[in-house]
Design a protein. Structure first.
Length: 244
């Protein structure tokens, strides 16, 4: 951005502006002139910062690079930050998932830095022009904006941490439920494993001489299998005890 051709600034101020960009936000004074180099409210995906230039002449008149006149042009610059703050506050109130909070952090981070640097630049301008009462209000306003963006960033980070912790707790509860289900299956398998093994042996197509035995032998084998199952179940449960 070039200085407007209608601005009559001291050469030492013009010389302090870079040829490839105006650089960081700051306030510069010389011979009663005040030049404010500020950044417009940045977006999360913006690579370059959009510059806004404001000049206060020795007579106390304010001018902006976009032909705005009076201190109203500087007020409009801060209102751009207010609009971004209100939009982020609205998004924060409807956020409920970790992705929502992460997007808020990405959007709030550049605004935290920009509002802090803007507040520092306006504080320096206030110190350089103590007779300008408008700079007091503008500086305090910028300070409040910076504080609000910081609080929004902190609240979003807390919301993200809470969402992650809640998800981890839900995952842990599901894992515990799965472990309990698997545990029940292990107990049932231990209970019926001996009976299944015995039944498999007697179910083989081999002549063992017990085919024509009375039914009492079947029930005896059945009861022995159940008894072995309870022994196996007790062994499985004992293995879970601490120190087993």
């Amino acid at each position: 951005m070039r200085l407007p051709t209608t601005w009559k600034l001291p050469e030492q101020l013009v010389a302090r502006l870079g040829t490839r960009g105006q650089g960081k936000q700051r306030a510069m004074t010389a011979e009663g002139h005040l030049l404010l180099v500020l950044h417009k409210a940045p977006s999360a995906d913006a690579i370059e910062r959009e510059i806004a230039l404001f000049w206060r002449d020795p007579a106390g008149g304010w001018h902006s690079h976009d032909d705005g006149q009076g201190v109203r042009s500087l007020i409009g610059h801060l209102e751009g930050y207010v609009q971004r703050e209100e939009a982020l506050e609205k998004r924060f109130r409807t956020a409920g998932h970790s992705a929502d909070y992460f997007a808020l952090l990405q959007a709030a981070a550049p605004l935290v830095r920009a509002s802090r640097n803007m507040h520092e630049a306006l504080q320096a301008a206030r110190e350089a022009m103590p007779e300008d009462g408008d700079l007091i209000d503008l500086r305090d306003w910028a300070g409040n904006l910076h504080r609000n963006f910081e609080l929004l960033y902190t609240d979003s980070k807390n919301g993200l941490d809470y969402a992650i912790a809640r998800k981890a707790e839900e995952q842990t509860a599901l894992e515990q439920q799965s472990l309990r289900s698997a545990d029940r299956l292990n107990v049932m398998a231990a209970l019926f494993f001996p009976l299944t093994a015995i039944a498999s042996v007697f179910g083989m197509q081999l002549h063992h001489g017990l085919e024509d035995t009375s039914a009492w032998l079947f029930w005896l084998v059945f009861l022995v299998g159940i008894a072995l199952g309870f022994v196996m179940r007790a062994w499985v449960l004992a293995a879970r005890r601490p120190g087993a």
